[in-house]
Design a protein around this ligand. Structure first.
Ligand SMILES: CC(C)(COP(=O)(O)OP(=O)(O)OC[C@H]1O[C@@H](n2cnc3c(N)ncnc32)[C@H](O)[C@@H]1OP(=O)(O)O)[C@@H](O)C(=O)NCCC(=O)NCCS
Length: 370
């Protein structure tokens, strides 16, 4: 590609200039930029910006890549940077990456720039455009979806973290004939970020829920329903809470915190796992902290989640319980789930044993008592 200016409505892509030094240094020294772009110099100074503009960016162009400044078309002021690198000739693939200055975020700059550069890359013969995001970087994953990329999977240990260790990256890909976005999501965001019936509220699980979720999942009766039935480590719970948004955006699971609507206190957890997207089926699981039990909250939770699941197009929700878990079976029956059978030795139990699972299912067309 050649460094031609790309006019894209709300943004212009043009080569970097020396008068971008101060803005480039301020944007790249920003903690969020540093957190998610591990290859940048640290600390990032005006000298780093000058090096990038006079040597780094020209070298990217010279080796078949692209390194554009994203600027405001009215003022020519720097809003961010976007580029292409890591060409894989055999796959006609390039990798796209971007950053937006803190003063220009949350107004569509990254999305507009990504769509524009993707268009130019496809016009120049690229077949696959790959974008790697850190699993914690939900903002960038939202840009990927907004700009027509599809979740492809996890590239384990694909990036060098700032502490020298390796970190997983999520691969998002747009093909030359894919639409420019937004990409359809299996799991859209909740309306206004929550589901509520005035008594319980459900919202996406968040990093701050880790204490409550750890307390819940290390209780013996909750451990008994885990697969396998062993308590999770604190690290695993932290990770689950941290990655809830990423899993939601990827469409794999909607992991929810259950709150007492009156007090806002966490009362439990609930997850809708998209275990079979091709057939419109998902699995439901839920648990309440002991102080929240016995008040019909689980029934309310299952009502809310299943109503939302059918609204977003699922056809069938299933749940499995242990044969002795009568409380959970009653919850499902109260919401209209039907007992469908017993799967013998379905799940790994303690010490190498297998345990049976009682299967319940609810179809979008089933009557649902309230
Ligand atoms: C990621 C980044 C480039 C986003 O830039 P931006 O111009 O603010 O993004 P946009 O305004 O185009 O937003 C695109 C979508 O993301 C959402 N979004 C952006 N920032 C968000 C945030 N901090 N939290 C939640 N959602 C966010 C927007 O609401 C929008 O969603 P929609 O399509 O559903 O409306 C910017 O935050 C950044 O520079 N981060 C640091 C560097 C970085 O992470 N680079 C990417 C490395 S892979």
């Amino acid at each position: 590609m050649t460094p031609e200016v790309i006019e894209a409505g709300a943004v212009r892509l043009r080569p970097f200039r020396l008068d971008d030094v101060a803005d480039t240094a301020a944007a790249c020294a920003d903690p969020v930029t540093r957190r998610f772009i591990s290859g940048m110099p640290d600390p990032y100074t005006e000298a780093s910006a000058r090096w990038w503009i006079t040597e780094g960016a020209p070298a990217a162009w010279a080796t078949g890549g692209a390194a554009y400044a994203i600027v405001d078309p009215a003022t020519d002021r720097l809003l961010g940077g976007i580029g292409l690198d890591e060409p894989v000739a055999a796959r006609a693939q390039r990798q796209i990456g971007y950053w937006v200055a803190p003063w220009a975020r949350r107004r569509g700059v990254a999305t507009a720039a990504t769509r524009a550069l993707a268009g130019a890359a496809f016009a120049a013969g690229t077949a696959r455009l790959e974008l790697l995001t850190h699993p914690d970087n939900a903002a960038s994953q939202r840009v990927a979806l907004a700009a027509g990329f599809t979740h492809e999977g996890v590239r384990r240990a694909a990036s060098r973290g700032r502490d020298g260790g390796r970190e997983d990256m999520i691969a998002w890909v747009r093909l030359a004939d894919d639409p420019s976005g937004p990409t359809d999501r299996l799991l859209p965001d909740l309306p206004d970020g929550r589901l509520t019936d005035g008594v319980v509220t459900l919202r996406r699980l968040a990093p701050d829920d880790a204490d409550a979720l750890h307390r819940l999942h290390t209780r013996p009766e909750v451990v008994a329903s885990r697969i396998p039935p062993v308590p999770p480590t604190r690290e695993a719970i932290d990770r689950r809470c941290r990655l809830a948004e990423s899993h939601w955006l990827a469409g794999t699971s909607a992991d929810l915190a259950i709150l007492d609507a009156a007090t806002g206190a966490v009362a439990g957890g609930c997850a809708l796992v998209h275990d079979e997207p091709a057939t419109g089926q998902a699995m439901l699981g839920y648990s309440l902290l002991p102080e929240a039990r016995g008040r019909g909250l689980a029934t309310r939770v299952v009502h809310l989640v299943t109503a939302w699941a059918f609204e977003i197009g699922l056809a069938r929700i299933w749940a499995g319980t242990r044969p002795e878990n009568v409380a959970s079976q009653r919850v499902l029956e109260r919401v209209g789930f039907r007992h469908e059978g017993l799967l013998r030795g379905r799940l790994p139990g303690a010490a190498g044993t297998r345990v049976d699972s009682v299967l319940y299912g609810l179809l979008a067309t089933d009557p649902r008592p309230r």
